[in-house]
Write a protein that binds this ligand. Structure first.
Ligand code: AMP
Length: 491
């Protein structure tokens, strides 16, 4: 993704953030190895092709496009060496850094996690003026040698003092004190990282600039410094041929043999309506359904502007219930509120519809983190979290629970670093680090096995969620009487 709106674009950016030409950008970017299609064409994620083409062949000096990461580090496919060098160079330029970014919020958080794990080695390198032997790629070593020109005891002491405190709140602004904003996408599935990013950055603004995919660039946020909750992307009609498939979240599924719904042209988009994006691209995709649901928020000239609602078909389903990404996220958010008295929070989660048990049930994997002075919540609290999640899910789910079509929701707490291992697995299977997004629902057996092997504790919902039975419902007709004491559980 995603070079089209370059963070370097001084012309546009000086309108929003003054002085970006007076310092540098610390961007954590990664590429992955190319593969070949069966027909022999090179295949790679768009970030890889962009970095290879753009960064490698960048010519003229642009004061708005000075970055700390050496090109050799970005172009290295070994993610450890790449990250190590990018972090070290970022630390060396700590006072010059004016903005910090990655493609998605998850990428930036991965960099912070890397600092947590490797600050001692990084401080050692700064103190001795030598690059760790773990970085073996000669081009990276040469590039780092240009900035790591000798011992820097003062900086090493600073990194040791700050990272050694074990107080990670505000670490971004402590390490890079002149940072004006974070340049990361925090809309859609990435919205769940906003609180964690705020925690690490002391509440720096987050700029979501672009909405794009490997298939096509879609839209730009013309107010990049607005609050993430207000982000609308303006479609760039010259990037492809865009059509919209009306999407009605409440509509019953169409019968199999019914014709596909009529597509709407961009100019005919209606404000407030939801659509699925359908693209025809210069590269040859014809009426390709992107799978993203967008809501029209207005127009810029004649181009519609969209709020990213969610990805379609990210569902948990056991019976007739259907839980999408937004609902699951809202449920996790609501339940994780019960952890605040413990100074604990959910840093990552995913889910799985476990149909191996009868009835099947939702399993939600949580990776927890404790803030300063925090304590691990007792089992009873986590059970209560299970119920709280259930309370937040839709009526069909709650009805299914009361009718025993769905078993009690289960939270499995996994040990710290599990989601990073999950990402490593995906990367080892060909996913791009830059574009990786933790799936909110997993079904691949190796991933589930990985998650299950890292489980620290399991907790089940102790009761049924509230469900007020309408006078005569489908479940009445099917004889699904409520067998749970749900109505006694306060919301
Ligand atoms: P990829 O296929 O890895 O290139 O990812 C493209 C997908 O990432 C899009 O179809 C969206 O689901 C998601 N995505 C890209 N940009 C954004 C954005 N700005 N906000 C929310 N989701 C996004």
């Amino acid at each position: 993704m995603w070079g089209i709106v370059r963070s370097d674009d001084g012309g546009a950016w000086r309108r929003y953030v003054p002085g970006l030409d007076k310092g540098k950008g610390l961007y954590f970017f990664f590429i992955k190895s190319e593969t070949k299609t069966p027909g022999g064409l090179p295949a790679m994620p768009v970030t890889t092709s962009f970095y290879k083409r753009y960064i490698k062949h960048r010519r003229a000096f642009n004061p708005y496009d000075v970055r700390t990461s050496p090109t050799a580090a970005i172009l290295c496919t070994d993610s450890f060496q790449s990250m190590y060098a990018q972090m070290l160079c970022g630390l060396l330029a700590r006072t010059e850094v004016l903005r910090i970014g990655a493609v998605f919020a998850s990428g930036l958080l991965r960099a912070i996690r890397f600092l947590q794990l490797h600050w001692k080695e990084l401080a050692h390198d700064l103190r001795t003026g030598t690059l760790s032997g773990k970085v073996v790629e000669p081009s990276i070593r040469d590039a780092v040698a240009e900035v790591l020109t000798g011992p820097n005891a003062e900086l090493a002491d600073f990194v040791t003092a700050e990272c050694g405190k074990d107080k990670w709140e505000g670490i971004i602004t402590r390490m890079w004190p002149n940072t004006k904003y974070l340049d990361v996408i925090v809309t859609g599935a990435m919205a769940q990282y906003i609180p964690t990013l705020k925690f690490y950055s002391g509440g720096l603004p987050m700029a979501c600039k672009i909405y794009a995919s490997s298939e096509c660039y879609f839209g730009l946020n013309l107010r990049p410094m607005c609050d993430p909750s207000e982000v609308s992307y303006t479609i760039m009609p010259n990037m492809g041929y865009f059509e919209l498939m009306p999407h009605d979240p409440d509509a019953a599924p169409l019968p199999r043999d019914s014709p596909p719904p009529r597509l709407v042209d961009l100019a005919d988009a209606e404000v407030g309506r939801e659509y699925e994006l359908v693209i025809t691209t210069y590269a040859g995709l014809c009426r390709y359904r992107v799978g993203d649901i967008l809501q029209v928020t207005g127009f810029h000239n004649a181009a519609p502007q969209f709020r990213f609602v969610r990805r379609k078909n990210v569902l948990l389903s056991i019976d007739s219930d259907k839980t999408d990404e937004v609902e699951l996220q809202a449920a996790v958010e609501r339940a994780s509120g019960l952890l605040s008295p413990y100074n604990a929070s959910v840093v990552e989660y995913t889910s799985h519809a476990d149909a191996a048990t009868i009835p099947g049930h939702y399993v939600v994997y949580w990776e927890l983190a404790l803030r300063e002075g925090g304590a691990w919540p007792e089992a009873a609290v986590l059970e209560r979290c299970c119920l709280e999640m259930e309370q937040a899910l839709n009526a069909v789910y709650r009805q299914g629970r009361n009718g025993e079509a769905i078993g009690p929701l289960e939270i499995r707490v996994v040990r710290a670093g599990t989601f990073e291992e999950m990402m490593d697995y995906a990367v080892s299977r060909g996913a791009s680090i830059s574009q990786y997004k933790a799936p909110r629902c997993v079904s691949l057996v190796p991933i589930i096995e990985l998650l299950n092997s890292r489980v620290l504790s399991k907790h089940f919902s102790p009761a049924c969620p509230n469900y007020i039975q309408p006078a005569r419902t489908t479940s009445d007709r099917h004889g699904l009487a409520s067998k749970c004491p749900s109505s006694t559980i306060p919301v």
